[in-house]
Design a protein around this ligand. Structure first.
Ligand code: A3P
Length: 290
């Protein structure tokens, strides 16, 4: 079934598709959210590695943080709930820069933005559409890929999302993390995260974090745990079993036909022509691929 025939799962807000779990009232009231100066926002386009980075931050010893559910997940009672969190809040979100609450910008809260090469992101989102009952089902990869390229998927265009955040990549309160770099050199990415958050971590703690947050460890923990709605990281599900699929770089090669790759690359080249992030992602796209 197409997204058009399952209108109740997604709704359009200011031209962008959102899950029914993000109420229009909540989206309308984002600017009334009262950010704290020490809030940390964990931002990504869906399927970019959000759960992984959240787990890494949660595993930093003595970080003194509480990971909350996504800011856009729920109804208007959300902000009251967030107000009650006594510790430093780590707040996940898939919102574009434009939609981030104004107080987050005014107070220059720390923001970690996770980005992943869009071909792998598209494949991962395709599986999410197939497996996640909160998303419309999708007929075929070919149909889904067209929707993805048009931005007619939940949270809109990958290109617009990344470009909206790239404008702030060099702001001192923003850290960009590349999924592929985390896979290639986890220690380097971890050091970036801890330095950015101002928390010191010794070598043995670093190794422990790496072990606890490996794909296999996280996947097997997800199977053991029951889904906990209070531990929701992606506003599209609280069922962690839907999240850990393959966890590799370059899986796109198993899905894209040569023609689909050509069309995708044309769109990418056009949309990302002025983007440094685009240049990095192009290099990363084949890290594990052939
Ligand atoms: P795949 O579907 O390609 O496997 P998000 O957390 O933003 O929803 O992203 C989910 C993607 O990140 C999935 O990609 C998932 O497998 C991958 N992922 C989650 N945890 C990971 C980990 N510890 N290491 C590597 N990839 C991970």
């Amino acid at each position: 079934m197409s997204s058009q025939s399952q209108p109740s799962l997604l709704h359009k807000y200011k031209g962008i598709l959102f899950s029914a779990m993000s109420s229009e009232e909540l989206l309308d009231s984002l600017d009334s959210f009262d950010a704290r100066e020490d809030d940390i926002f964990l931002v990504s386009y869906p399927k970019s590695g959000t759960h992984w980075v959240a787990e890494v931050i949660e595993n930093i010893p003595n970080a003194g943080i509480t990971l909350t559910s996504p800011i856009e997940w729920g109804d208007v009672s959300k902000f009251k709930e967030l107000k009650m969190v006594p510790k430093r809040r780590v707040i996940p979100t898939h919102l574009s820069y434009e939609m981030i609450p104004v107080t987050v910008k005014q107070k220059q809260c720390k923001i970690v933005y996770v980005v992943r090469n869009p071909k792998d992101t598209a494949v991962s989102l395709f599986h999410y559409y197939k497996d996640n009952p909160n998303l419309p089902s999708t007929e075929t990869w070919a149909v889904f890929l067209e929707l993805f390229l048009k931005g007619d998927v939940v949270y809109g265009s990958w290109f617009d999302h990344v470009l909206s955040w790239e404008k702030h990549k060099n702001d001192k309160n923003v850290l960009f993390l590349f999924y592929e770099e985390m896979k290639n050199d986890f220690a380097k990415s971890l050091k970036k995260i801890t330095a950015f958050l101002g928390i010191s971590v010794n070598d043995s703690e670093m190794s422990q974090i790496a072990r606890n947050t490996s794909f296999s460890e996280m996947k097997s923990n997800a199977v053991k745990e029951n889904s906990d709605p209070n531990h929701t990281i992606c506003a599209l599900t609280s069922n962690r079993n839907l999240v850990f699929r393959k966890g590799v770089v370059g899986d796109w090669i198993n899905y894209f036909t040569p023609k689909q790759k050509r069309v995708f690359d044309e769109v990418f080249t056009e949309k990302m022509r002025h983007s440094d992030v685009g240049r990095c992602l192009k290099e990363y796209e084949n890290v594990d691929g052939k």
